[in-house]
Design a protein around this ligand. Structure first.
Ligand code: C5P
Length: 237
């Protein structure tokens, strides 16, 4: 499957058309951004690591009954996937308090939450991705029905129920993550984007070491080594 015209360039990926109107190709970039694009850098090989990690996780989720946009990995930096209409809601799932949850609500960093928290953020860089409640999402027309918001939450919890024990077996705490969803040509809601250390937080269960983009956000260094470790643990190496 050949890349055709560039459809969209995001912070971490470029999206290309293909000869099939229902399929597109994502190119995973090496660029790193944080704090809504204020902090920028690049790490050679980061895109390929995220493509490989996402490929493995999409396969795992598909095999567990979650519908995703994944079709196949084409090469190190390219993934073929279904074209969707993106739902402009970032679905954040949290098992342990850290990041913006600790900052906004004063819940001490590292607190194990009494139940899994699912939040919605408005995917809107100009507004700084503000928090949304269900009524905001409906008033903005981000989805048509309350049922669709319920479905996003249900699917996000299912993803957590699959990934949390999967990573625990590999010695990683799945602290929190962000999911995105879209509607395919038949109007079905499916999981899209990527699932990688760029949008998940992983803490090593034994050492507590951060194995995700917080290494870049917090200037800790060693980002690529951490991403490689995540991939190697997924591959059982
Ligand atoms: O920053 P915050 O604590 O809200 O992030 C929660 C989770 O969502 C983290 O895993 C982070 O990587 C992810 N996230 C993301 N893209 C955003 C905001 C958060 O991937 N725009």
């Amino acid at each position: 499957m050949e890349k055709r015209e560039l459809l969209y360039e995001g912070k971490a990926k470029r999206l290309f058309a293909t000869d099939d109107e229902n399929l597109v190709i994502s190119e995973f970039k090496d660029d790193l951004t944080a704090f809504n694009g204020l902090k920028k850098s690049s790490e050679t090989g980061k895109g390929a690591l995220n493509n490989k990690i996402s490929t493995e996780l999409f396969k795992l989720l598909e095999n567990s009954g979650i519908k995703t946009h994944f079709v196949k990995m084409l090469d190190d930096n390219h993934m073929l996937h279904t074209k969707v209409k993106v739902i402009l809601i970032e679905v954040i799932v949290r098992n342990i308090a850290t990041g913006s949850l600790s900052k906004n609500l004063g819940i001490p960093d590292g607190t194990i939450l009494p139940f899994t928290l699912v939040e919605f953020d408005y995917k809107n860089d100009a507004l700084g991705d503000p928090k949304l409640n269900d009524q905001h999402a409906l008033i903005l027309g981000l989805v048509d029905y309350q049922d669709e918001l319920d479905k996003l939450r249900r699917m996000a919890r299912q993803v957590n129920d699959i990934l949390k024990p999967y990573f625990a077996e590999k010695g990683l705490n799945l602290v929190d993550f962000k999911l995105e969803f879209g509607k395919d040509k038949d109007g079905n809601i499916i999981l899209i984007d990527e699932i990688s250390p760029d949008n998940c937080r992983f803490w090593d269960i034994k050492s507590g070491e951060k194995m995700d983009k917080d290494r870049f956000r917090q200037g800790l260094g060693g980002l690529k080594v951490a991403y490689e470790q995540v991939l190697n643990r997924i591959l059982g190496k």
